[in-house]
Design a protein around this ligand. Structure first.
Ligand code: COA
Length: 258
């Protein structure tokens, strides 16, 4: 698969998508965003892939935000359209992805970059990472779901503090806030993310898909997450993976979900 702004590799059932505009600190222009959308959809359709890692090329940035050059002259309508299309990709393609997506944050994750990471299911960050939603310093607000997902992850008080001051926090603070799940040395980031992937790969991909759907339901307006869980729980009982997982347990062996 070839993209202008991404590298795309598959190894041991893990798809690694690296945003590749290091000279612009991997800023998300519209083309890059649509390539991410396409790459993830391809991975969902590819049976060889069971888990996705998103990272940034270079040692400095995961993604330093939406590409400011692109929207500098936008009208109100164009601004709303940009936000709407970003929301669709982050909510439907990434957060709603039936295969787990890990953000391996390798440096600056600012604005749209942090919003991208927050839409992923798990976040690992290297110790040099800096995270923030600095949009108000540019006269805009976070437009790819940041005003909603940051409070979900860190609480309203901390989210408003970060958004209104436009400050950046480091990996230690992000870990203490619950914004990231793990912090690692920069040189170990990808190995850490791959080891985490291996732990997930040992589990039933069908059950994982149902678990992601159920957890996401908690945050969907007008949806009763408990009912979604009841349905998704029931569906598991019809699967080969449930038979394998339970019979492996009863026969005192490890399950084989591959
Ligand atoms: N959009 C477009 N270009 C960006 C960018 C963004 N969000 N973030 C960085 N770049 C570009 C810079 O313009 C520069 O390009 P140039 O060399 O052609 O001038 C290049 O990436 C390197 O960035 P630079 O600012 O020189 O690096 P730095 O180490 O001095 O500063 C940051 C790093 C992250 C602090 C700084 O780039 C920054 O504040 N970026 C914008 C962050 C932001 O507001 N994001 C939210 C956008 S909605």
């Amino acid at each position: 698969m070839s993209y202008n702004n991404l590298t795309y590799e598959i190894e041991n059932r893990i798809n690694i998508i690296s945003i590749n505009r290091p000279e612009k600190l991997n800023a998300l222009n519209i083309e890059t965003f649509s390539e991410i959308d396409h790459a993830i959809k391809s991975s969902v359709a590819n049976n060889e892939v069971r888990i996705i890692i998103i990272t940034g090329v270079g040692e400095k940035a995961f993604v330093a935000g939406a590409d400011i050059n692109e929207f500098v002259n936008f009208t109100m309508e164009q601004g709303s359209e940009l936000s709407e299309s970003g929301h669709k990709i982050l909510s439907e393609t990434i957060e709603g992805c039936p295969k787990p997506i890990i953000a391996a944050i390798n440096g600056y994750a600012l604005g749209g970059g942090l919003e991208l990471a927050m839409a992923c299911h798990i976040r690992v960050a290297s110790e040099n990472s800096k995270m923030g939603l600095p949009e108000v310093s540019l006269g805009v607000i976070p437009g790819y779901g940041g005003t909603q997902r940051l409070p979900q992850l860190v609480g309203k008080g901390r989210a408003l503090d970060m958004i209104l001051t436009a400050k950046m926090i480091d990996a230690d603070e992000a870990l203490a806030y619950g914004l990231i799940n793990y912090k690692t040395d920069q040189t170990e980031l990808m190995d850490f993310a791959k080891n985490l992937s291996k732990k997930i790969l040992a589990n039933s991909s069908n059950a994982i898909k149902n678990a992601i759907k159920s957890v996401n339901a908690n945050f969907e307006k007008g949806v009763d997450g408990f009912n979604v869980e009841i349905n998704e729980f029931g569906k598991c009982f019809e699967t080969k993976e449930f038979k394998e997982g339970t019979s492996a347990f009863l026969n005192k062996r490890k399950p084989d979900f591959n």
